[in-house]
Design a protein around this ligand. Structure first.
Ligand SMILES: [Zn+2]
Length: 179
């Protein structure tokens, strides 16, 4: 693994720990002393996805990631959330210990997780994946989400403090200008 700063080919490992199913290694370049991180991941035995038209295709984490990323584009998600989602699904798929998985199973796994993560991303993914044939089917799905959301209790959040503070500041500003 060449140093990303100077390209030198040798480094020493200064820290090593297990992260999910991979090994994270903190390295230091033996030439320029820069530090960088590498991840070592086991190359799993191959897994095939059976598509809707019965074609078999080797499972690609990257393809999965691209699909999820597209659905999550410009959504306010925490850094790494999309990668973690792909990692979790990949890990779960290989844990099933099967040589072939129908693409529908993977699609459902993605949707189940996106639903918990972000409704908009979920609807985007589902509208591509489920191929909502008409607006009614899409509306039904959105209605379900909306009623689920309404059922959740809404504890007074800290976010609401902000507009109040703003109002207060505005009020103070007005008082000051009136003096
Ligand atoms: Zn270096």
């Amino acid at each position: 693994m060449n140093c990303p700063y100077c390209g030198y080919q040798d480094s020493k490992v200064i820290d090593s720990r297990s992260v999910n199913d991979s090994i994270r290694r903190r390295r230091q370049c033996l030439s320029c002393s820069s530090r960088f991180t590498t991840y070592e991941r086991l190359q799993p035995v191959s897994l095939f996805v059976i598509k809707k038209d019965k074609r078999r295709e080797e499972f690609s984490r990257n393809k999965l990631l691209v699909g999820i990323r597209k659905a999550c584009e410009k959504r306010p998600l925490p850094t790494g959330a999309v990668d973690k989602l792909a990692d979790d699904i990949e890990a779960e798929l290989f844990q099933l210990g099967k040589a072939e998985i129908p693409s529908a199973v993977i699609g459902e796994m993605v949707m189940e997780r996106l639903k918990r993560l972000d409704y908009i991303a979920y609807i985007r993914f589902a509208s591509v994946y489920r191929e909502f044939t008409d607006i009614t089917a899409l509306k039904q799905e959105v209605d379900t989400l909306v009623s689920n959301e309404a059922k959740k209790s809404h504890p007074t959040s800290q976010l609401q403090l902000l507009p109040d503070e703003k109002l207060e500041a505005m009020a103070k500003g007005r008082q000051r200008s009136q003096q």
